[in-house]
Structure formats: C-alpha cells, structure tokens
Design a protein. Structure first.
Length: 329
C-alpha cells in the first residue's frame, strides 16, 4: 500500500536488480546515479525485513549529509506507512539530548550521518547488536577521509552476520579497498555504463588557460550539425536543463571528480558546459551518437587520468579532423 500510494507503478532498473537480492540477505555493491530510484531500491527491502514487533534498531542507513538523511527517512516513512515501523533521523548539528530521549522510545530504522550515530553508539544509547542491515548511500562520499574511520568503527558494533548494501555513483579506490575488507563476495550491480558513456566519443584538447576561448572558436568552425543553432553559454545553470536535439558538448572547464564528469555528460546538470546543438547524455542513453570534447590545461592532467581510471573509460587526444559520423546520424 505504501508503494502504491507513493505512485510507483513498476520498478526502475536499479530497483528491479537490487530488491530481490537484498531480500536474500546478500551484500550488494551497486553503482547507479541519482534520479534512478536508488533510494527506494534499498528502502523497500529494508522495510520488508524489519520486524515491527521487535523493539530494536534493525536497519541503519548512513548518508553524508543531514539533507539526504531527512530525505531518505521521509521516503522510508511514506513507503512504510502501513507497517508500524518507527523511523528516526540522527545527524550532527542537532540536539544530542533530543536524540538520546528519542532513542528511549522504539526505533526500528535509523537514518543519519556516521559521526552522530557513532557518538550515540559509543555512549551506549544507540544499540546496534540486533541491527542486521547497514546501508551506505553515496558510499564514495562516506568513504572519504572525514567519514571512513567512523564508518569502520560503527561496523564493529554490528552482528557478525550483518548485511551491507553500498550504493554509489562512482567506485573510487576507497570503495574498492572497503569492498575487499568488508564485502568479500558482494552481488555487484553496475547500471552506469548503459546510462552514461555508451555511444559517447570523448576527446581532450591540451591547451593553456588563455587559449581556451580561441580553441572554442576553432571547434565551432570545425564541428558540423544538421541544422543551424543558437549558441548558449550554460555555465551558470546547474539543474533542469534538457536540450533534446543536440549531440555535442564541450567541457570548457574540466571537473575535478568522476561523479561531476558523469553528471555533466548525463543528467542535464550542465555546470560549466557550453552546449552545441546537443545533449550528450540523452543521445548516448537512447542509442544515438554523441561527442564530448574536454579542454585540458596542465593542472587538469592528473584529474583526467584519475577520472579515466575510476570510470574505466578512455579520453583520446582530439584528432585534426573529427569524423561527422561520430556525432551525427
């Protein structure tokens, strides 16, 4: 009933893959971007496995920010509306006393940030000895230096038979190291290839910062399209931009992280992008061709190499002439 009232008619790909496996008790390492339904992909099996008759925390959902904790707990409350499951949020920057008082009441599912939950656990207020499932959303951020020690300490308070579910848009080295230590045989789900870089040819042009505008003008003169277009500078827009009829994107300022690189090419968040008659992510996703050109300075070279490694992709040197067939059909 909760799923029905939430308006879900059929599972998204990440939900279809994750939910049955999570219900078996297997660990999961899932790679999926925001906006694909991943929150429900772990909330639904978490709620399903909770016994509301047992007065104990049975599921912990770790997230990197208070905003995400509130959002996730709200989804849990809505989906579990008819299950009599008690959901609590606990994050840093709020009253510790209020959290302590709340934990004297029944709590079945706890969503929050690692530092605050660890603090309550060390104080003996948050009891995790019957917590059978730990979920880490945006695991790449949770395994950054500011969070990872707290995460690893929290795991020590869980039963040996605990189930770990990790969801992340990117798999940096920290996630891989964590997997080897805590998830020796996880069920791996990777939906990023189909949703992101498939069908997109990626090039880089090595330039000095002062040469960027000249390089951009040169690209304009060389790239062809089926129809005339108006050029828009989109670097001030951060969300909601969806240009359906374009097939070329020029990354004027190269991003520092793999996640940002993926989002720029695939979610319509065209931060610091200049769009020419195309929206690469849409075209790649639905089987059309797309082209991405990155303007790389000397300072960008290490970021580019790291992003190639993390995404398992190749950004090639731009050739003197770009074949029209690479981005037009």
């Amino acid at each position: 009933m909760g799923i029905y009232e939430k308006g879900f008619e059929r599972p998204s790909p990440i939900q279809e893959e994750s939910i049955p496996i999570a219900l078996t008790g297997s660990d999961i390492l899932a790679r999926a971007k925001n906006g694909t339904g991943k929150t429900a992909a772990f909330c639904i099996p978490a709620l399903e496995k909770i016994d509301p008759e047992k007065n104990a925390i049975q599921v912990v959902i770790l997230v990197p920010t208070r905003e995400l904790a509130l959002q996730t707990s709200q989804v849990c409350k809505e989906l579990g509306k008819y299950l009599n499951i008690e959901v609590m949020v606990s994050t840093g920057g709020t009253s510790l006393k209020d959290d302590i008082m709340r934990l004297y009441q029944p709590v079945h599912l706890l969503a929050g940030t690692p530092g605050r939950i660890l603090d309550l656990t060390k104080k003996g207020i948050c009891m995790l000895n019957e917590c059978s499932m730990l979920i880490m959303d945006e695991a790449d951020k949770l395994l950054a230096p500011e969070f990872q020690p707290s995460v690893e300490q929290l795991i020590r308070y869980l039963p040996a038979s605990r189930q770990l579910l990790l969801f992340s848009a990117t798999f940096p080295v920290t996630v891989k190291d964590f997997k080897q230590k805590y998830l020796p045989r996880p069920y791996v789900i990777n939906l990023m290839d189909e949703l992101t870089l498939k069908g997109i040819t990626q090039y880089y042009a090595f330039v000095e910062e002062r040469q960027k505008v000249h390089c951009l003008n040169t690209l304009f003169s060389k790239l062809s399209s089926y129809e005339s277009f108006t050029f828009f500078s989109l670097h001030l827009f951060t969300r909601g931009i969806d240009i359906q009829a374009v097939n070329v994107v020029i990354n004027f300022d190269f991003p520092k992280t793999a996640e940002t690189y993926l989002h720029r090419l695939n979610t319509g968040k065209l931060t610091q992008l200049f769009g020419l008659n195309s929206y690469v992510g849409r075209s790649g996703r639905f089987g059309h061709l797309g082209l991405a050109v990155n303007l790389i300075t000397y300072e960008d070279r290490f970021n580019m190499y790291r992003i190639e490694q993390e995404l398992g992709t190749e950004i090639k040197t731009i050739p003197p002439q770009i074949d029209l067939a690479e981005y037009c059909q």
